[in-house]
Unconditional design. Sequence first.
Length: 331
Amino acid sequence: MQFESLKIFCDVVRHRSFSLAATANAVSQSAASQVVLQLEKRLGVQLIDRSTRPFRVTRPGQLFYEGCRDLVEQYLEIEANVRSAEAEIASSVQVAAIYSVGLGDMSQLVDRFTRLHPNVRVHVEYLHPDRVCERVLEGTADFGLVSFPRRSRELESVSWRDEEMVLTCARGHRLAGQRSVRVSQLDGEKFVGFDRGLEIRREIDRFLRDNNVGVDVVLEFDNIENIKKAIEISAGVALLPLPTLGRELQSGTLVAVPLTGRRLVRPLGIIHRKNHKLTASASRLVDLLRGESSENGNSSGGRRGRANSVPRVRGNGMHGRRNGVLRGPKR
């Protein structure tokens, strides 16, 4: 069984695509498909169910992938070390991230990582939070970036950064001109919320409830971009992470007003499978992410610092912050 065949199979599963795997290995899509067929014939089991679109990796296929993935990474590392003590592993890092991590932030970090490690390809896929966890658990993502991370029997999580949550409203809203707002001032406001199934929605609800505040939830979305668009047309207000508002604050389409008295923050974390060592390249990227956060004054535990890449706003935008804790609507 040739190493190249194992690598092609791993790339097919990782990319969930025969064409992308073929491109990554400089072969035709037909050749990549034949490689998988030959592996199935050799093993006597079906590795990939092609009857569905997109295709589905079978249970034997998943087991085979997890074993071969480690072998491929180990072989590449050994080969690189043999060729040169200074050689870097020619590999790829797969990252699954929630939609709102910040395309701009991640793009800059990936560019920086690529300059430091030109032989490593980084692929970031933006997904629903549940899908991020699934990708990490099934091994098709090296690690995931999520909000309000939770440890489990299968997943380990480490702190990445904290993001200040602010009142977000249209420029014409009655609260837009204030330097700060008390949570109680949101009572009765039309509110654009996250879907009920999301952890961030539960945290916001708890925060408002703990402050005896009830809001009128008029719209619900599973991502921040749609929430911002709804606010722009004056559908309501929302509590959103400040770093996600950079473009809108700069263009003046939205206003961010800090909360006074009690703070609400959104913690972001890095999750990966327990008892599964990250590849050398993935570990380097995690180190860069956490180092970037520390450089911006955000600690990985204990006292929490200012979030990475927080927009600076003049005038009636953000005017500072107060200390406190958080939690969310009165029903």
